[in-house]
Design a protein around this ligand. Structure first.
Ligand SMILES: NC(=O)c1ccc[n+]([C@@H]2O[C@H](COP(=O)([O-])OP(=O)(O)OC[C@H]3O[C@@H](n4cnc5c(N)ncnc54)[C@H](OP(=O)(O)O)[C@@H]3O)[C@@H](O)[C@H]2O)c1
Length: 289
């Protein structure tokens, strides 16, 4: 992996941090794209101390802000000619309705739309790898619990009707649909796959979730797998020669191919979501995509 440049979103905590540490151990050049710059730099230092890899950069990125994503992509493109692997890993879970800077429901905005814009904005560097680049989207088996309600993407149903786990599942379904459509549109230039990392003992549901969800999650965590183990499939999809020609697929925590839900395999729906997303971020895209 020594000559590979890998950008990981949300790389300062949980699965993303473990993924970064594992790939750093193989000598890859890493870019930790995180909303908290101080936490990102401390993570980079800690990974360098642990692995000896000095080639770790940080990039400020708030996925709840289109302008932050555009600025992060511009900074990356100015400094790096190519991007071998993009791991869209960051994610949030919340029980109450919040909106992104641009007016989208937070989980849809961060987990899907933010990564959609980031991927499109980084396309010039992804294309430079000529068929060798990989885009990996960290989804969840919970995508199977949801459909897509286009009338909820801006939190239209209001705070009282808001159901955090439904919106989380919807955002994770969007990750799978995005992967499938990215493969259909750009499959001749890159490979793209998505995954369920397992149930992983991170702080995902302790940050913004309500007290009850957070307490239940904390009780459950000792029975979940560790972030290091939860990084297995992301690392496999980023580095294994076995999947160099595999694209448009969904993998489980054991690196096995699985069928995503029937809704996630609906091409018409994937196209509609793509068109919606493209329109939503249009003001922040250039000719690159
Ligand atoms: N844990 C599980 O059981 C599980 C299961 C299935 C799928 N997943 C998926 O795995 C991925 C990683 O989650 P995790 O469990 O490792 O949770 P985590 O430890 O909370 O890590 C999530 C990362 O995303 C970052 N993030 C959140 N909002 C962001 C924003 N607006 N801009 C930029 N970064 C942002 C967080 O930053 P901060 O450090 O600043 O909070 C953190 O680095 C997510 O996509 C999640 O949906 C997790």
């Amino acid at each position: 992996m020594k000559d590979k440049t890998i950008l990981i979103t949300g790389a300062n905590d949980g699965i993303g941090r473990a993924t970064a540490e594992r790939l750093a151990g193989w000598g890859a050049h890493l870019v930790l794209a995180c909303r908290d710059e101080v936490k990102a730099q401390l993570t980079a230092q800690a990974i360098t101390e642990k692995t000896g890899n000095q080639n770790i950069d940080t990039l400020p990125l708030d996925l709840a802000s289109f302008s932050s994503i555009r600025a992060a992509a511009d900074e990356f493109l100015a400094e790096h000619p190519k991007l071998d692997v993009l791991i869209n890993n960051a994610g949030c879970y919340t029980d109450s309705l919040e909106l992104t800077e641009d007016g989208y429901e937070l989980q849809f905005g961060v987990n899907h739309l933010g990564h959609f814009l980031l991927t499109m904005a980084l396309m010039p560097a992804i294309r430079c790898c000529r068929l060798c680049s990989r885009v990996i989207n960290v989804s969840s088996a919970l995508h199977k619990k949801s459909g897509l309600d286009f009338g909820s993407f801006k939190g239209e149903h209001g705070p009282k009707a808001y159901n955090g786990s439904k919106h989380y599942a919807q955002s994770k379904l969007a990750n799978v649909l995005f992967t499938m459509e990215l493969d259909r549109r750009f499959g001749e230039e890159l490979t793209t796959n998505c995954l369920h990392p397992g149930v992983v003992g991170t702080r995902l549901a302790n940050k913004k979730a309500g007290t009850l969800t957070s307490a239940v999650w904390s009780m459950y965590k000792p029975f979940a797998i560790t972030p290091m183990k939860g990084a297995d499939t992301s690392v496999y999809l980023a580095a294994s020669p076995e999947v160099k020609d595999v694209s448009g697929r969904y993998f489980d925590e054991n690196q096995c191919l699985q069928k995503p839900s029937s809704i996630a395999r609906n091409e018409q729906l994937a196209r509609r979501l793509w068109e919606y997303s493209e329109q939503a971020v249009a003001g922040f895209l250039r000719e690159e995509a």
